[in-house]
Design a protein around this ligand. Structure first.
Ligand code: HEM
Length: 168
């Protein structure tokens, strides 16, 4: 091979072999970061931001409480369970509910969920009422423009409490 052809071929191989992999790794890394920032990765390590942080923490939950509360109390199918419940304490409970399903700081366990709703189960609380609450939760989050992937994560957490809440 003549030197005049060897040099361009050598440069081509150098670019393909050394520089291109570096560029591609860089692009892949950026893509990965972007995906992590824009999606609620349920398999993400515990150190990563929770959904609670991602939607804006305590302030966002306060906004959600108002909307959620309004929707639930306007629903004739479930409102009877909330009748006679202390209205002032109720706002705190709604906040606890939303903080919990969004993975924020809370002190509730499955046992508490079971105990906290047992009297409602005696009043007839069942899966259909649970479905209504999930529907209001979904509508609340959609009204706040929470991205669909985060909504799905939140609904998944709420869903995971079903057997405890319904004392099954
Ligand atoms: C989606 C799953 C649910 C979660 C994560 C949840 C969470 C909570 C929490 C954290 C509390 C406060 C407990 C306390 O410390 O007193 C609570 C209370 C309450 N929840 Fe739920 N809840 C769920 C489903 C439901 C459903 C389906 C209903 C009825 C349709 C309901 C009705 C109530 C009522 C009425 C209270 C107040 C009870 C009282 O003070 O007498 N919850 N819930």
């Amino acid at each position: 091979m003549h030197l005049e052809t060897f040099i361009p071929v050598f440069i081509l191989f150098a670019v393909l072999g050394l520089i291109l992999p570096l560029v591609l790794t860089n692009i892949a890394e950026k893509g990965r970061n972007f995906t992590q920032d824009s999606e609620a990765d349920t398999a993400a390590p515990a150190s990563e931001a929770t959904v609670y942080d991602q939607i804006g923490g305590s302030a966002a939950v306060d906004a959600a409480v108002d909307i959620f509360y309004r929707r639930v109390l306007a629903d004739a199918y479930v409102v009877r369970f909330f009748e006679g419940v202390d209205m002032e304490k109720q706002a705190v409970k709604q906040k606890a509910f939303l903080t919990m399903v969004m993975g924020g700081p809370h002190n509730y366990t499955g046992k508490d969920m079971r105990e906290g709703h047992k009297h409602l189960v005696k009043m007839g609380l069942d899966g259909t009422h649970f479905d209504h609450i999930l529907m209001h939760l979904r509508a609340t989050l959609a009204e706040l423009s929470v991205p669909e992937n985060l909504i799905q994560t939140i609904i998944g957490v709420a869903e995971s409490t079903r057997d405890d809440v319904l004392d099954r």
